[in-house]
Ligand binder design. Structure first.
Ligand code: NDP
Ligand code: MG
Length: 334
């Protein structure tokens, strides 16, 4: 069944006219959604703790950040744009008791709603509006007159009015310019986790690492391995993005295309597909969510250790050096 997709004409911004939108958190998504909504004429307030760069950023953008409790009290639509792993605690301590009947509780990723870490009280509908891109793009595309395609989902029992407000919100952040796909909170949460684990973050990172190490272990120069296995990936992904698999295959040499068909299925083989299925099951049955919630409760020791280890990989050192010599790359450092 084809998805329902909403565009600008399907959404009515005036529905938000007498509403206050409270954006909780002024990070990647928060800064983008808050500013886009304000530019679209909506009443926006920001809930952001003081003491950090994001607090100062909100002020420099002309907002007057409030404590999270206060912003929740004043908001009609309350969007939790805090890191997923802290949402459950902050919700219980600073949000729940300040919600009132008729409020709409929003998010841009369904993890906490779907896995029961955030539970809206009776009389409060839940609504997800999720841009399918990072915050800086949500802002920059909007400023250019475009928008990042987004998802919309309402929670169980939510009213038609909530959905219409969600579409208005999506229009306010520029989402309906790119298209807003209707989904459910379960589908958004499960596919988002699957995508990042199997392809976007997990799958691609391990593929790049393993290929780089295979070449270096075989005695090839690390600089060659870096260009071949990491740098050029962008060129390929750009072709996917413009014209799918076929356009990439049309653009590369016939030799590369033959290597793709004959060797690719040996890298992603039946075992890999079985493992993908297993990872999907762990997402669906809540095993991944439990593991991640417990890891955070313990202070995320394993998470931090792996992060440290991977930051000191050879491919990272080589890459840093090579990128610094390519002046046109907007090179970044964490
Ligand atoms: P960020 O990490 O960029 O921003 C988090 C914000 O929350 C910051 O303002 C931060 O303030 C604040 N914050 C962090 N910890 C605490 C705390 N313990 N108490 C109070 N405030 C805190 O988050 P994102 O924008 O990346 O993510 C927000 C939501 O959007 C998540 O649900 C995520 O899944 C979703 N999303 C994110 C996307 C992305 O590309 N980033 C894409 C689509 C959805 P401070 O500066 O003081 O730490
Ligand atoms: Mg995602």
């Amino acid at each position: 069944m084809a998805a329902t997709i909403y565009y600008d004409n399907d959404a009515d911004l005036s529905l938000l006219k007498n509403k206050t939108v409270a954006i909780l958190g002024y990070g990647s998504q928060g800064h983008a959604q808050a500013q886009n909504l304000r530019d679209s004429g909506c009443n926006v307030i920001v809930g952001q703790r003081p003491g950090g760069e994001n607090y100062d950023l909100a002020i420099s953008h002309g907002f007057e950040p409030l404590p999270i409790d206060e912003a929740t009290k004043r908001g009609d639509l309350i969007n939790i744009l805090l890191p997923d792993e802290v949402q459950g605690d902050i919700f219980k301590k600073h949000i729940l008791e300040h919600l009132s009947e008729g409020n709409i509780l929003m998010c841009s990723h369904g993890f906490n709603l779907h896995f029961g870490q955030v539970e809206a009280p009776r009389g409060v509908d839940t609504l997800l509006v999720a841009p399918k891109g990072p915050g800086h793009l949500v802002r920059s595309e909007f400023e250019k007159g475009g928008g990042v395609p987004s998802l919309i989902a309402v929670g169980e029992g939510a009213s038609e009015e909530t959905k219409q407000l969600g579409l208005a919100y999506a229009k306010g952040i520029g989402g309906t310019r790119g298209g807003v796909i209707e989904t459910t909170i379960a589908e958004e949460t499960e596919t988002d986790l699957f995508g990042e684990q199997v392809v976007l973050c997990g799958g691609v990172s391990e593929l790049v690492k393993a290929a780089f190490e295979t070449l270096v272990d075989a005695g090839y120069q690390p600089e060659m391995a870096y260009f071949e296995c990491l740098h050029e990936l962008k060129l390929i992904v750009d072709l996917f993005y413009q014209g799918g698999l076929s356009y990439m295959r049309y653009s590369v040499s016939n030799t590369a295309e033959y290597g793709d068909y004959s060797r690719g299925p040996r890298i992603i083989n039946d075992d890999t597909r079985k493992e993908m299925k297993k990872i999907l099951t762990e997402i669906q049955n809540g095993q991944f969510a439990r593991e991640w919630i417990l890891e955070n409760r313990a202070g995320a020791p394993a998470f931090k250790a792996i992060r440290r280890r991977d930051r000191s990989l050879q491919i990272e050192d080589v890459g840093r050096r090579l990128r610094s010599l390519m002046s046109w790359i907007d090179s970044k450092e964490v």
